[in-house]
Design a protein around this ligand. Structure first.
Ligand code: NAD
Ligand code: DAU
Length: 355
């Protein structure tokens, strides 16, 4: 049994691959991991799989149709789980082009390759095949303070170049099912946090800046609300959807944990005060309000009742347990942090794989 994962060297993808190969029901399977190793791809996340024959890493672009065709023909996966994307909202504002290329054209390329591959399968394999598209709650736009959380039936109202590109990819996935019958699944998840999170995103940035004695930049008034989910719970949600999700359906995934950004930052500071106190005083002294993000969405919240009702999935971690594990992980892995900050994590590829 083989699965093809795209973007499996990124934050969520690498957590998913590690989780998949550690889970009793999949530990004898093969994972083919296609990742272009952009700045966000880090093979050090997958060091635990070094020399493990169950993990085949392929450095390549999801827009490369010939490569995707070859991987499908060679490895004959029973599912394709699509994580690869440009994922950072701020980068999409300063340079949207890469988001259109990877998130829209890349998803189109995978869908077309998967359609041709799936069409030629025997009946049993065809019925079992799944294309799982990993998407975001940001496609639904921004909520007002008293709006109900996003349900799968909410209209799409993406506001940033990132969320517009993800919305476009969701629509392509939907259309490939509706028109060609490709057996797709889509999950739209809230903000993840946990190990291997690149320190450009709020939580890891606050941890590594605080440890380095640098300022903690909070955008605008810090009252924007996000729902936070521990990354390993996202991995288990994807496993649940892949195993039992109804073909063509969308599942919202969330942590039932809405928090304002400033409260997230204060929680991180308080945990660092407890686990790694600074001689210069409480870490909250470093909090600094800075210019807001253009078009900043005010609130996201997820109604995750459908995945619970249909598939029995609920997050295992609360925010209190997940954020403590996360802060502890960053304290326990200074080498990973140092390599990311110096850029030397990129040398790992040449060290490990030659050119
Ligand atoms: P990430 O930026 O950490 O990782 C993205 C990975 O994709 C990297 O390894 C990168 O090298 C790879 N990649 C980028 N362009 C590629 C291309 N053209 N070809 C092949 N590989 C390419 O992202 P993440 O936070 O792990 O997010 C993974 C997926 O989950 C994305 O689709 C994102 O939209 C979605 N998502 C993220 C969150 C979150 O909170 N981070 C929440 C919901 C959904
Ligand atoms: O909701 C899911 C989305 O969550 C994913 O689809 C995206 O890939 C992921 O990046 C994330 O998007 P956000 O924009 O919500 O995440 P980010 O960590 O960039 O920011 C979280 C909040 O914190 C947001 O309101 C902006 C704010 N922020 C962020 C940074 C980097 C700050 O106040 N200061 C910062 O320095």
């Amino acid at each position: 049994m083989t699965i093809l994962v795209t973007g499996g060297a990124g934050f969520i993808g690498s957590n998913f691959v590690l989780d998949w190969l550690a889970s009793p029901e999949h530990r004898d399977e093969l994972v083919v991991n296609l990742d272009a190793l952009t700045y966000a791809g880090n093979l050090e996340n997958l060091k635990a799989l070094q020399g493990d024959a169950r993990h085949v890493f392929v450095k390549g672009d999801i827009c490369d149709r010939a490569l995707v065709d070859r991987l499908l023909a060679e490895h004959k996966p029973r599912a394709l789980i699509h994580f690869a994307a440009e994922s950072h909202v701020d980068r999409s504002i300063s340079g949207p082009g890469a988001f259109m290329k990877t998130n829209v054209e890349g998803t189109f390329t995978l869908l077309e390759a998967a359609r041709v591959y799936w069409s030629a399968m025997g009946e049993a394999d065809k019925a079992a095949f799944r294309f799982h598209h990993v998407s975001t709650d940001e496609v639904y736009g921004s909520l007002k303070a008293d709006d109900p959380p996003f349900a799968e039936t909410n209209p799409y109202e993406p506001n940033s170049p990132y969320s517009a590109s993800k919305a476009a990819s969701d629509h392509l996935v939907r259309a490939w099912h509706h028109t060609y019958g490709l057996p797709v699944l889509t999950s739209n998840c809230s903000n993840n946090y946990g190990p291997y999170h690149f320190p450009e995103k709020l939580i890891p940035l606050m941890i590594v800046n605080a440890l380095a004695g640098k300022l903690l930049p909070v955008y605008g008034d810090g009252q924007q609300i996000r729902d936070w989910l521990y990354v390993k719970d996202h991995a288990s949600a994807i496993r649940a959807v892949l195993a039992g999700g109804r073909v063509g359906e969308v599942y919202n995934v969330g942590g039932w944990n809405e928090m304002a950004n400033i409260d997230i930052v204060k929680t991180v500071c308080a945990l660092l005060d407890e686990l790694h106190p600074s001689a210069d005083g409480p870490y909250a002294r470093l909090i600094t309000y800075v210019k807001d993000r253009p078009g900043h969405d005010r609130r996201y919240a997820i109604d995750a009742r459908k995945i619970e009702r249909e598939l029995g999935w609920r997050p295992a971690e609360t925010f209190a347990t997940g954020i403590r594990k996360t802060v502890q992980w960053y304290l326990d892995n200074p080498e990973w942090v140092a390599h990311v900050q110096s850029g030397s994590y990129r040398d790992w590829v040449s060290q490990q794989y030659g050119s």
